[in-house]
Design a protein around this ligand. Sequence first.
Ligand SMILES: Nc1ncnc2c1ncn2[C@@H]1O[C@H](COP(=O)(O)OP(=O)(O)O)[C@@H](O)[C@H]1O
Ligand SMILES: [Mg+2]
Length: 615
Amino acid sequence: MKSLEFRNVGFNVKIGTGKDAKYKTILSNINGSIESGELVALIGSSGAGKTTLLNLLSGRILGGTVTGDILFNGEKRDKKTFKRDVAYVEQDDLLFGTLTTKETLMYAADFRLDASEYTKQEKEDRVKDVMRSLRLTKSEDTLIGFEGHKGLSGGERKRVSIGVEIVTDPKMIMLDEPTSGLDSNSSEVIVKLMKSIAVKKDLICISSIHQPSSKIFYTFDKVMLLAPGGVVYFGSTRDVLPYFSSIGFEAPIHENPADFLIDIMTIDYENEENLQNSMDRVDRLKSSWAEYVSENGEIYKSNISAGTSMTSFNPDQSEPKNTEFDGPTEVWKNPWLSELRILTKRSWLRQMRDKSFLYSQAFSCVFGILLIGFTFFKRADGFSDAQNKIGLLFLLVLHNAFPVAMPVVPVLIEERGIMIRERASGSYRMSTFLFSNILTQAPIALASNITSLTAIYYLGKLQFHTGKYFTFIAIYIVVVMNSLGIAFVFSAASPNMRVAAMFTPLFLTVFAIYGGALVNATAVTPILSWIRYLDYMYFSYTAALQNEMKGLVFDCSKNTSGTCYPTGESVVLSFNLNLRTVWESFFICLGMAIFYHILAYAIIRFKTKPKYILV
Ligand SMILES: Nc1ncnc2c1ncn2[C@@H]1O[C@H](COP(=O)(O)OP(=O)(O)O)[C@@H](O)[C@H]1O
Ligand SMILES: [Mg+2]
């Protein structure tokens, strides 16, 4: 018999900063105990604190002040092992749409089960067992589904989310509104499966639930009713209506019990009078429950374990003493290289299944070749020739910046969301996550860009010289790596997709302005001139222009206008782009690309560092 007890649990958050800071109490005085093998429902109106309570119980609270005690098997939760013991199925499903059910579960097993303890076969058996117990075997090869591709049904998807969490054989499972958004039949299936898993595996199981039907309600063994500010009932579902009737709240005969209970617990903000009435009613419910508990003891506790852990609890010692710890401190489940291999394989699988992305990439490559190649196809004379070369080389910098960085940002943001959750259960290291993303994004971007650059080099009639061609390619490869680096930095730093979609092009535009072609490098206002030292476009353009212009002679005799550059060197000079040599600029750019990737690593590490609080 396992148990999770919580004593006088409270949670406060600080709202605002400085002088305006206020403390908001979200939960206070929550008492209860859950035993393994039973299914507990957490019911309360929206905003009552259900999610917060589940976060507290699963140790996933990331801030605020937690008070009280939460005891697992009568003891303080151990930060090393507790994360492994608890499975937490959050409200929104975060799954990769391009993977199948079986793949999703298999990757979860790969990441979460210790490689030294489980063989591949054992992991597969485990996944099969999970699929069987969640009735997912039939859809094991169905894609989860994404926009434009209908995959699993909502109920199946939820069951996959549950499967991902229970594949590690946890000791307790917490679910946040697993039935929200599902039809009554799918909801029933989920709750029944939860019940049978809780019994079969002897799990501690608590689930918040929104508007359960009467049948679902009675599938739960116990229910905790959470009104704003406190518990108003925690005990057997069979006894809940008789209890409320005893304190003067009679449920109408045909009304669904959960609806009735939520009705009486909800604060009604419609008008002043209703507000006052409902607040009085909730206060009455809370005091009736406190009175009932003081008279009858904790009726939610089964008789077997009552007493033992009660005596070990001393209320005088329950002052807030939070122990914070940084994410998963335990040893990793896989060695670094195999972790990288699994992650990279998963990202590639996803990428190759995203056909619309691959086609767009191919289209963009061909379109770039045709448009840019043929724009610069016609041989010009004298000044126009120089102008075209200047234009082409800078255009290629831009062509390897915006179209490279922008499509990567949403992919990285999606990966980041799932990574945060997977890391909350200690799945893998941050470094392998970042490397696997580089190994997935870079090859496609490079393959497509090297192809188009080669074609454009030929069509645009750049100098026919092997050394110059390879230098040209090397320079633009570094441009691609920088653009990817920028995408990594902004998708790591931005709170969401919209912000990332704004800042990434904004910075690229700033870099383009100071890139050397639009504004003369030495004629920039001094207070802004430093920008170019951070600008990979400036250095790559410097390198590319010098590489191409060196040794070039322009035929000024056919020139009709007065101006003409006689040689390539004179072009470079007049644009003041000779401040660094080709290779100096190249290596500066390479350094920048490496810097951006390290910066992205530092940001994402710092930003997503989970600090859990266990009490
Ligand atoms: N970190 C926080 N800062 C400020 N308010 C919070 C925080 N977490 C939760 N709350 C507030 O606490 C209340 C309970 O939230 P929640 O647990 O999500 O409710 P439920 O899941 O029952 O709908 C809500 O009013 C919510 O706005
Ligand atoms: Mg919630």
